[in-house]
Design a protein around this ligand. Sequence first.
Ligand code: CA
Length: 239
Amino acid sequence: MIDAMKKILVVEDERELAKLLEDHLKDAGYLVTVVHDGETGLREGIAGDYQLIILDLMLPGGDGLEICRALRADPPYTPVLMLTSLSTELDRVLGLEMGADDYMTKPFSIRELVARVKAILRRVDSIERSVQAPSDSVIRIGGLSIDADRRKVVLGGKEVRLTAKEFDLLWFFASNPGRVFTRQQLLDRVWGYSFTGYSYTVNSHINQLRAKLEEDRSHPRYIETVWGVGYRFAEEKGE
Ligand code: CA
């Protein structure tokens, strides 16, 4: 599918900003629907067939976090780009790990927002392409199973809850076992950011993944550190 056919839902109560987003996203070739309150946003997000939802955090008629959670509970998976007004709200978004694929703090540059939208859609496309063969949609290594269709991770028989980005990172790693990636490469491939200065983002996500997956974080079994270079997903032992 080409970008021109993609449908984006914008849920934003600030009318001027909503109009600005609508105009720029339409210019970029997307089909855009705008709603101004949480209740309509949730209804539309579940009923409509959107490839991406841009969701304001503070909304009349429903908190953006609640909407995001409700969307996550209702497959198929639709990527969410969250908009927040304050860095304290951003902390809340990150702290609650409610599953947004990306976030931007207001005020932001509209060009940057459009670039992030393209990056998210590219990434989702590449994951979808990589799972088109049914046998490829689940990766198993040791006691770990990663299901890309259901975005579900099971370790030792128990489901592990990952944020959207943690899942993407794990899937990318597990699809390329034994290959070493630098932080910048991971940023390019998993986040779609082509600029530097965000490598702490990679580190913090790897730390979170290890906290959830590794029995012994000082001797990680799945995500290995390659000193001075980056990270590598372990190849299955004994093969
Ligand atoms: Ca708002």
